[in-house]
Design a protein around this ligand. Sequence first.
Ligand code: TLP
Length: 349
Amino acid sequence: MKWIDLRSDTVTQPTPAMREVMAQAEVGDDVFEEDPTVNRLEAMAAELLGKEKALFVVSGTMANLVSLLTHCGRGNEIIMGDQAHIFLYEQAGCAALGGLQARTVKNQADGSMDLGAIEAAVRADNVHFPRTGLIALENTHNRCNGSPLNVDYVQAVSKIARHYKLKLHMDGARIFNAAAALGVPAKDLAGPADSVSFCLSKGLAAPVGSLVCGSHEFIAQARRNRKLVGGGMRQAGILAAAGIIALTEMVERLAEDHVHARQLAQGIAHIEGLKIDLGSVKTNIVYFEVANSRIGANEFSRLAAAQGIRVMPLGPRQLRAVTHYHISDADISRTLNSFQAILHHNKAV
Ligand code: TLP
């Protein structure tokens, strides 16, 4: 029986085309900036995001860390959402390694932060206060239903950043999902930000890697910070080759994942004992709850796994399912049938 793994789009495996180009990749020492395949990937990424330069890094976590270290100095404060991946899931790397303090602003269900609340969080110039250095956005917003932030909103935040002479970073781990959902080029979403990071290893199915994009000057310093955190790679062209396929062959198809997420959400809405806000599903991430049942999220995911389906429990009742390259129409039907059966056997008494 085939596993249907909906825990994350990070579980995607490299495509046959990726494996082929990886085997044949032309490589060099990337710390000397001599790997032609890495250089090609970085040029493509910069062009796609409308920035001067890009830097290939190991992961989304490293992309964010290097960006924050590059924009800010020790003791600076960073304004970010209270549901931001940087805040929740990155080991407080910016504090541990950069001496940076997170100032959280409440994230709304659509991943945005209220503009007034952002402005109110900017520190005044006072000897008691840390200096605010940066505002960080996340697009799409993982914990906020995979919601895309639109161009108007990003521009509005950028206006605040400019006004207070702050930098704006976008954790665009899934920026191409945002672009597909909104029907705009990714560079329009990236345009107002000083730096943007995005991942090759999620919905785009590459095995490893993320890119940081920004100005010449920013990337030169980010390159030093990548070395600082041990991220200088050598013949990384083998990985970059898969990244080039990710950008040329895998971006267009992301819309299919959104259709599957929608199908899954609609099916879940019809299952008694599961609860979902259908309007919240805009990209490839589906959050739902087990309600009116004898079981909670952990037990639900255990029972689903027993039927070959993996979902991620994220709270006592909340679960996450993420659609991706390996998930088909048939997989969505099988998943819904299994969910239905699990709930049927575990009705509330
Ligand atoms: N997210 C992973 C887990 O860490 C939760 C997932 O399965 O969704 N920014 C965002 C918005 C992310 O969702 C992630 C990964 C990252 C950064 C970090 O990327 P990696 O895992 O490459 O370090």
